[in-house]
Design a protein around this ligand. Structure first.
Ligand code: AMP
Ligand code: MG
Length: 350
């Protein structure tokens, strides 16, 4: 299949391209487009055939449900049985934005999207290009991250091209994704909502709106043996080709430990990479260092994580070492993705 690639300037959206993308979705095709979180690969959510093409293109396990994207809050009623008070408050506060809510689904939502679950995940993206495509398509759009399953999520069009060129109908290149990590997933089917996946909207932000919520214990690093309620969280995910290890502790000791690991691996003939921060970049002896950003700028670290993992794939290192980052607020999502990418391999020096 020849994949058509269109470049769209977010400050001057070309309606012809939006129409073309929307028409492709209406006709059952697959279109990758930018959202504020990561690039998504969109298909008509009401058509099982179109949805099954997503699973094939990504190589995604069929029990890993997709998020349905809509452009207007009013649409949600058509697809879910009940919208509770907490859900309403969260929709009013955070939509459009990086928050996905889980509701009991109506029959119109095909089982193929929900991996057979009785619930459906819905969100309104805040990215103008994404919202315009969904609005013009005039259909709910299933859109998981536009990567091959298991690989780091795509935050730039070139990541999508590298994973999906030739496998989907169209790629809309709308520049870099601002947040760079996937949406927060919150189950609002129970009285007390539960975070199933940490993301751009933090626990604190949610609790300021609806009070106490819980976190699915399976998404905590120590909860590895539990079965997550969000099926996607059980798979190895976001992973670079190299073996990634996270090192946690006082900055000075972390650098020293990583420098020793690098020497050891190089003796074994391995090509090694280090993910450093502005604060530590001059302290590493490794020749392949990529700076992810300022340690104290959690937005910057989040936005660059997947990009950096992919850059190491491009220079084909065998091993990557990375400092642990703050686990607070947005850092919870960053550390969740980083540890998943590392297959939970962490050295704790404390
Ligand atoms: P992605 O689209 O790649 O960002 O992945 C979507 C995430 O949402 C996965 O972790 C899914 O398991 C989760 N998800 C989607 N639908 C549901 C649902 N009905 N219940 C729980 N988690 C869901
Ligand atoms: Mg994904």
């Amino acid at each position: 299949m020849k994949t058509i690639i269109h470049r769209v300037d977010i400050t001057k959206i070309d309606n012809n391209i939006i129409n073309d993308a929307a028409k492709t979705i209406q006709e059952g095709g697959l279109v990758a487009f930018p959202t504020e979180t990561v690039y998504g690969i969109g298909a008509n959510a009401l058509e099982s055939n179109a949805v099954s093409k997503i699973y094939t293109a990504k190589g995604r396990p069929s029990d890993n449900p997709l998020i349905v994207h809509v452009s207007d809050k009013e649409d949600v009623k058509k697809y879910v049985k009940h919208i509770g008070d907490n859900a309403k408050k969260l929709m009013d506060e955070f939509w459009p934005g990086p928050l996905t809510l889980i509701f009991e689904k109506k029959d119109i939502i095909p089982d193929s999207i929900t991996g057979g679950l009785s619930t459906v995940a819905i969100r309104i993206p805040s990215h103008n290009i994404a919202r315009e495509i969904i609005r013009v398509a005039n259909r709910p759009v299933a859109a998981p991250s536009a990567n091959v399953s298991g690989r780091p999520s795509p935050t730039m069009a070139k990541h999508v091209i590298s994973d999906l060129d030739g496998k989907i109908d169209m790629i809309i290149d709308g520049g870099d994704c601002e947040i760079g990590l996937e949406s927060t997933v919150v189950d609002v089917t129970e009285k007390i909502p539960t975070i199933l996946r940490p993301g751009g909207i933090t626990r604190n932000m949610i609790e300021q709106v609806i009070g106490h919520i819980t976190i699915d214990p399976a998404i905590k690093p120590s909860g590895e043996k539990l079965i997550p309620k969000s099926p996607g969280m059980k798979y190895r995910h976001y992973a670079p080709n190299a073996d990634l290890i996270v090192v946690k502790g006082e900055s000075k000791e972390v650098v020293e430990h990583i420098n020793n690991l690098v020497i050891e691996k190089k003796k074994q003939g391995k090509k090694v990479g280090v993910i450093a921060t502005n604060q530590t970049k001059d302290e590493y002896t490794c020749e392949n260092i990529i700076v992810i950003g300022d340690r104290f700028n959690s937005e910057e670290i989040a936005a660059n994580l997947f990009k950096v993992l992919r850059e190491f794939d491009e220079i084909e290192v065998d091993n990557i070492y990375c400092e642990a980052f703050s686990n607070k607020d947005l850092g919870t999502a960053t550390m969740n993705r980083l540890l998943k990418a590392a297959g939970n391999k962490i050295v704790d020096l404390r």
